[in-house]
Design a binder for this molecule. Structure first.
Ligand SMILES: NC(=O)c1ccc[n+]([C@@H]2O[C@H](COP(=O)([O-])OP(=O)(O)OC[C@H]3O[C@@H](n4cnc5c(N)ncnc54)[C@H](O)[C@@H]3O)[C@@H](O)[C@H]2O)c1
Ligand SMILES: CC(C)[C@H](C(=O)O)[C@@H](O)C(=O)O
Ligand SMILES: [Mg+2]
Length: 357
């Protein structure tokens, strides 16, 4: 089994080192090979996703990814920006199904900005379509307007689009996931305004006919954003498009205590996957050794489960994470009075220790 390790930029390198430590402690004989990606790859090779990195990712059984991006690249032409690396990997590998589980560990109930009773016991799964929508729709660009409110003015545009097969396959993923959980899917759309999302709703409704044992609810995205903080435990599986899923999963991360706790898995149709925390490269805290590595460590657990057929090892990691939280260890983002503040490496070391104890 070969794992491609792509740390990327900012805190990406710090958190991935900890996840690698944890994987190595499992002693499972994985081959791990690292490569540059994002801004780091741009500096070294002039491109955020060099051919060699893409090749490694394609050949590997699974990819462990950190994060990419830094404000200093914001003025580059778009194809050269670090974020194109993760978008390019998703597109090139066909990673259309993004699982972002928001689980609130008992010990972190007090770390969230929400009232404890709202989030205690929370376990919801956001399934985000990852290779379509306005993220990838063509045409897009800048031009001089020939119509609209200001003809002759400079304008920019993107294209929101989804095809029936794209919606069908993510809907199947959501219904099948719900079958293994509490059998409820909330499909989030904006069908009241957008043609793309009326179509989304229609197709999800069609696919639902094959899953009569699963309850399907439709919800507009603005209401979903509100319900997620009002009564998050009312959700089980949430399925939505690429952009709404991006936004709602960051919102959901705060239900778990911190964005540093939300792992993710991005799978293609042959279960090859890329595993990364839902957060970014956090340039504001990069290099300080304070980033929370748990989202990345939990992403490594998802990798063992979904792509490497190592369920027992995945559970060992998850149990070790719970154990360090129970010991009261906290990075600053999840710190609360009465607990022990630790840095990124100390947290990783503690997980390794809990794993091998
Ligand atoms: N998949 C990815 O690689 C990915 C995802 C999101 C953002 N980004 C990129 O990251 C850069 C920064 O974006 P942003 O600031 O909007 O989002 P971000 O997720 O990097 O950071 C948002 C906030 O959360 C905090 N945070 C994030 N991860 C944390 C962790 N593990 N522990 C503690 N605190 C954490 C940061 O310090 C910051 O205050 C941008 O270039 C963006 O494009 C990349
Ligand atoms: C960095 C960016 C391209 C990415 C996205 O928008 O998908 C990130 O926000 C994420 O959630 O993985
Ligand atoms: Mg995001």
């Amino acid at each position: 089994m070969k794992i491609a390790v792509l740390p990327g930029d900012g805190i990406g390198t710090e958190i991935v080192s900890e996840a690698v430590k944890v994987l190595e402690a499992l002693d499972l004989n994985f081959e791990m090979e690292s490569a540059l990606v994002g801004g780091a790859a741009y500096e070294a090779h002039g491109h955020p996703l060099p051919e060699s990195t893409l090749k490694l990712a394609k050949e590997a059984d699974a990819i462990l990814f950190g994060a990419v991006g830094d404000w200093k690249y914001d003025k580059l032409d778009r194809p050269l920006r670090p974020e194109q690396a993760i978008l390019g990997l998703r597109k090139n590998l066909g990673l259309f199904a993004n699982f972002r589980p928001a689980i609130c560990y008992e010990q972190l109930v007090g770390a969230s900005s929400l009232k404890p009773e709202l989030i205690a016991g929370l376990d919801i799964l956001i399934i985000r379509e990852l290779t379509g929508d306005i993220y990838f729709g063509q045409p897009r660009g800048r031009r001089v307007a020939t119509d609209g409110h200001f003809p002759g003015a400079e304008e920019a545009f993107d294209t929101m689009r989804y095809s029936r097969p794209e919606i069908e396959r993510i809907a199947h993923v959501a219904f099948q996931a719900a079958r293994k959980r509490n059998k409820k899917v909330t499909s989030v759309d904006k069908a009241n305004v957008l043609e793309t999302f009326q179509f989304w709703k229609d197709v999800v409704t069609d696919v639902h006919k094959e899953y009569p044992d699963v309850e399907l609810q439709h919800m507009y995205v603005d209401n979903a954003a509100m319900q997620l903080v009002k009564a998050p435990k009312a959700f089980d599986v949430v399925v939505t498009g690429n952009m709404f899923g991006d936004i709602l999963s960051d919102e959901a991360s705060m239900l778990t205590g911190s964005i540093g706790m939300l792992p993710s898995a991005s799978l293609n149709s042959s279960n090859q996957g890329l595993y990364e925390p839902s957060h970014g490269s956090a340039p504001d805290i990069a290099g300080k050794g304070v980033a929370n590595p748990l989202a990345t460590i939990l992403s490594a657990a998802m990798m063992l489960r979904f792509s490497l057929n190592q369920e027992a090892a995945a559970q060992r990691i998850e149990a070790a994470v719970q154990k360090v939280l129970a010991q009261g260890l906290r990075t600053p983002d999840i710190y609360s009075e009465g607990t022990t503040k630790v840095g990124t490496a100390q947290m990783g070391d503690a997980v390794v220790k809990a794993l091998t104890a």
